[in-house]
Design a protein around this ligand. Structure first.
Ligand SMILES: Nc1ncnc2c1ncn2[C@@H]1O[C@H](COP(=O)(O)OP(=O)(O)O)[C@@H](O)[C@H]1O
Ligand SMILES: [Mg+2]
Length: 274
């Protein structure tokens, strides 16, 4: 092989609990990074209930289902979203997709590694909870962003997710994004509460990545099927998304030896992950 392939930053947006804002955050973060001139691809890994495309007003004809069935190549199912982001749409309501087989997972990883147009960022929007798909994508990613909200259940579920990733897969580094907080202060308090628990019971490192306030404009953006940051760029939440995107863009890529899979290195190294 000639030129060594550039590493792609693979970031999963995950949570224990559903409805915390993962899909909206993934779509908006991708949008903002794309408008900064970065090449961004979003993988909709919520196979049971796909909706990245809805959030940005697309109705893709083909999706991962067609790819995994061998009917389409990965390139053929990619759609262009706002800001030029690339979207790999999931399929909605196809039961066998909710729990991908080992073969399907490897096929997908192989194709991602072989993409002709390599993005700078691959943002993976996962389903809620700790299904096989979710742990798989979290393992594949070097960077795990756990979204929580002020709701107590979201903290309990985030804790449970990190505990599983730590105990079963030795993942130790997580970044917390507090969504729907009233302000920075509340976000910090929520983060502290979570860290008290992880410090006490788990040998992991968590960091506060940032926060996004509760903003009623999200509902309006959804209704209009546009990314919030696109139609309401000056609303507080959009400004926070921009700060977040800048932070992510400017930080050094995290080189960690964590994870059982090397995604987008010089190929996929599979350590026997089911
Ligand atoms: N910061 C926020 N402020 C207000 N509403 C939000 C915010 N983030 C997400 N929402 C709303 O919460 C709901 C769930 O968001 P979604 O992104 O679908 O969550 P998930 O993907 O985690 O299930 C949506 O109706 C969305 O508009
Ligand atoms: Mg979602």
């Amino acid at each position: 092989m000639g030129e060594r392939k550039r590493a792609i930053r693979v970031i999963t947006i995950t949570s224990g609990k559903g409805g915390v804002g993962k899909t909206n955050i993934a779509a908006n973060l991708a949008y903002v990074l794309a408008t900064m001139g970065l090449r961004v691809m979003v993988l909709d890994a919520d196979m049971g209930l796909a909706n990245i495309d809805l959030v940005v007003g697309l109705a893709p004809r083909y999706n991962l289902y067609h790819f995994l069935k061998g009917e389409k190549t990965l390139e053929e199912i990619i759609v262009r979203g706002p800001g030029g982001m690339m979207i790999l749409p999931a399929s909605s309501g196809i039961e066998e997709m909710a729990e991908l087989s080992r073969g399907h997972k490897l096929t997908l990883l192989d194709a991602l590694n072989g993409l002709s147009e390599r993005p700078d960022f691959l943002i993976i929007d996962t389903a809620a909870g700790i299904s096989g798909n979710v742990t798989y994508f979290n393992l594949a990613a070097k960077e795990i962003v756990v979204v929580v909200t002020p709701e107590p259940a979201s903290l309990t579920d985030a804790y449970a997710l990190m505990k599983i990733m730590y105990q079963n897969y030795a993942r130790k580094r997580f970044r917390i994004l507090v969504n729907m907080a009233r302000n920075n202060h509340e976000a910090t308090e929520i983060f502290k509460r979570l860290r008290q628990a992880t410090d006490r019971f788990l040998n992991i490192q968590i960091e506060l990545l940032g926060f996004i306030p509760f903003d009623p404009k999200f509902k309006e953006a959804i209704r209009r099927q546009k990314a919030l940051a696109e139609i309401f760029p000056h609303t507080t939440a959009s400004r926070c998304l921009m700060v977040l995107a800048e932070k992510i863009r400017d930080e050094k890529p995290i080189f960690t030896d964590e994870g059982n899979l090397v995604f987008f290195g010089d190929g996929v190294i599979d350590h026997g992950l089911g």
